[in-house]
Ligand binder design. Structure first.
Ligand SMILES: [Mg+2]
Length: 283
């Protein structure tokens, strides 16, 4: 494996925590409540949600309810987020309950740090929810530097502050440094990973990269010449519940199809991890 490794670059969603489980539970709870309270069928809500997610480039869009046409029409002149606040409460409380680290993630990162390894996180999720998850799971300060997408666009006249319901001091990271990758930059673009390593003064051979997606994470690390570790425990694409994400996702149909149709054996990870802790063997 060559040089001694001095930096871990880790994906976050479904690598350090089960993003999908938290998303699925919270989003389904919200949809169910919305459909019951508004009388709009779930299938119609899902169909109206997809283009909004695509426009905003995320499946975690804070102003979603106010932009769903059938909900708007149902409650005019009031705002859907105000009328259907119980659906939003269901979303938030399920998300809080279901967002948890995978086993031994915290211990593994602390062990690496005690051995002088720099811990970098790189996620495609938007800044706001990523910061929330890092704080919620206790990784603020355990991750040295976070690279994420910038926050999603908001409609004119809606400030991010108006969507935040807690004290301003409860937002933002205290110890982890948060840097942004360019808007519209997506994995597996190798240029982003190269730029991250340059930015931190590291070379490809200094680094280990761990992530759950063969298409996005493993192939990106491989094309940069970084030792890739596949978080196979985080794969959820085979689960029936994953179809809900496909139906409302901001991804294009082509992206969804490319992932679904990937034949096994096309992207072969260098190291397969049955738990996050296995990266310790690579340092
Ligand atoms: Mg991931």
């Amino acid at each position: 494996m060559g040089a001694k490794k001095s930096v871990l670059v880790t994906d976050l969603d479904n690598t350090t925590w089960d993003w999908f489980e938290a998303w699925f539970r919270s989003f389904s709870a919200m949809l169910e409540k919305l459909s019951n309270d508004s009388g709009v069928p779930r299938s119609q809500l899902e169909a109206e949600i997809r283009p909004i997610h695509q426009l905003r480039g995320t499946t975690e869009y804070s102003n979603l309810l106010n932009e769903i046409p059938s909900l708007r029409a149902a409650v005019l002149p009031r705002e859907p987020a105000e009328v259907f606040d119980e659906a939003l409460h269901a979303l938030h409380s399920e998300r809080r309950r279901a967002t948890r680290l995978y086993p031994r993630v915290l211990e593994t990162l602390n062990r690496l740090k005690s051995e002088g390894v720099t811990v970098i996180a790189y996620t495609e999720s938007v800044a706001y929810w990523t910061e929330w998850r890092i704080k919620h799971t206790g990784l603020d300060g355990v991750i040295d530097i976070l690279y994420s997408a910038p926050d999603h666009d908001l409609p004119r006249g809606v400030g991010v502050e108006s969507l935040r319901q807690r004290d301003p001091s409860s937002y933002g990271l205290r110890q982890t440094e948060h840097r942004h990758v360019g808007k519209g930059e997506w994995k597996p673009n190798p240029e982003i990973l190269r730029a991250i390593l340059r930015d931190c003064g590291k070379a490809a051979e200094d680094a280990v990269y761990i992530g759950d997606s063969l298409i996005k994470d493993v192939s990106m690390a491989q094309s940069v010449g970084v030792l890739d570790a596949h978080a196979e425990y985080g794969q959820v694409q085979h689960r029936d519940e994953y179809n809900l994400l496909r139906r409302v996702s901001h991804w294009t149909d082509a992206d969804v199809e490319r992932e679904r149709a990937l034949p096994s054996g096309v992207i072969v990870p260098t190291v397969s991890c049955t738990s996050f802790e296995r990266v310790l063997d690579l340092f």
